[in-house]
Design a protein. Structure first.
Ligand SMILES: *[C@@H]1O[C@H](CO)[C@@H](O)[C@H](O)[C@H]1NC(C)=O
Ligand SMILES: *[C@@H]1O[C@H](CO)[C@@H](O)[C@H](O)[C@H]1NC(C)=O
Ligand SMILES: *[C@@H]1O[C@H](CO)[C@@H](O)[C@H](O)[C@H]1NC(C)=O
Ligand SMILES: *[C@@H]1O[C@H](CO)[C@@H](O)[C@H](O)[C@H]1NC(C)=O
Ligand SMILES: CC(=O)N[C@H]1CO[C@H](CO)[C@@H](O)[C@@H]1O
Length: 240
């Protein structure tokens, strides 16, 4: 991308950031926007429209027109956007209220200039639902000498999310499952699972008091726990 391109991108970023957008990345002249569902979105380009353009059209996909401005009038087409969109002919901005997941698409704005040429801009809009609260499933086995093996599974129904476990761990774990062994301890130990996508994040926390009792939990909707009777073979398996 040339420096003019970058300037445009920067300008666009600065322009869009205050509009409660949570993540924006830009590649070339195709703008990517990621927004949370139910929010209001403005699709806008960073540059001025050509002077005295003749016609301006916003498309949802190439064959689905949303609105067309021509001879001083905006015509809104029958589409799922009717009643939810508004065009600002001055800037070409398209306001969409209450975006839904189904609204994700590459939107196209096409402008017919006075000289008969057409120019086109594309904005790729991704609409994500906020992540739900995670559910932590606990599997524990008390092994000899008050060592407690824990397998904590952070569960989210069918979503594309990132997981991070925090707690008294050598380092954060980027996985939905945390396996650790609680050594004998005096104070309770807590583990937090953070689930996030690019528009939101939620935590679930579970705490254990010595030696291995679930003490407190936050953001945990239900807990399944299996207390497995300790037998030397399990210990053998776990400690290897
Ligand atoms: C979105 O826009 C509608 C009107 O179009 C307004 O009533 C609502 O408050 C707006 N919501 C947000 C979150 O800005
Ligand atoms: C859209 O972009 C143009 C050009 O940068 C700017 O003048 C205008 O204020 C913007 N409109 C909105 C609604 O953000
Ligand atoms: C998860 O994290 C990686 C690396 O930070 C990122 O590239 C990816 O987009 C994230 N996925 C989601 C669903 O947020
Ligand atoms: C989730 O937990 C992490 C780690 O403890 C913390 O940094 C973050 O602020 C928490 N987020 C929320 C929404 O509570
Ligand atoms: C442009 C875009 O992100 N399109 C996606 C919208 O959502 C459907 C279904 O989830 C996907 O198949 C598209 O790729």
């Amino acid at each position: 991308m040339d420096s003019r391109g970058w300037n445009r991108c920067l300008a666009l970023e600065l322009l869009l950031l205050p509009l409660s957008l949570l993540a924006i990345s830009i590649q070339g002249y195709l703008v990517h926007m990621t927004v949370v569902s139910s929010s209001n979105v403005t699709l806008n380009i960073s540059e001025s429209l050509p002077e005295n353009y003749k016609q301006l059209t916003w498309f949802y996909t190439f064959d689905q027109k949303i609105v067309e401005w021509d001879s001083g009038k905006s015509k809104y087409f029958e589409s799922k956007f009717k009643g939810r969109v508004r065009l600002d002919p001055q800037s070409g901005a398209l306001y969409i209220s209450k975006v839904q997941k189904e609204d994700n698409s590459t939107y196209i704005m096409r402008v017919l200039k006075k000289n008969g040429n057409e120019q086109e801009w594309k904005i790729k809009l991704q609409v994500l639902d906020p992540v739900p609260k995670p559910v932590i499933e606990i599997e524990k086995r008390e092994v000899v000498d008050d060592n407690c093996y824990l397998k904590l599974s952070c569960l989210i129904p069918g979503e594309s999310v990132n997981y991070t476990w925090y707690g008294e761990l050598p380092k954060e774990i980027q996985n939905s499952v945390l396996e650790t062994t609680l050594k004998p301890h005096k104070h309770s130990r807590c583990y937090t699972c953070q689930v996030s996508n690019s528009v939101s994040s939620e935590n679930g926390t579970v705490c254990f008091s010595p030696p291995c009792t679930v003490a407190r939990s936050f953001g945990v909707e239900w807990i399944a726990s299996w207390l497995v009777v300790t037998v030397p073979t399990i210990l053998g398996l776990l400690l290897t």
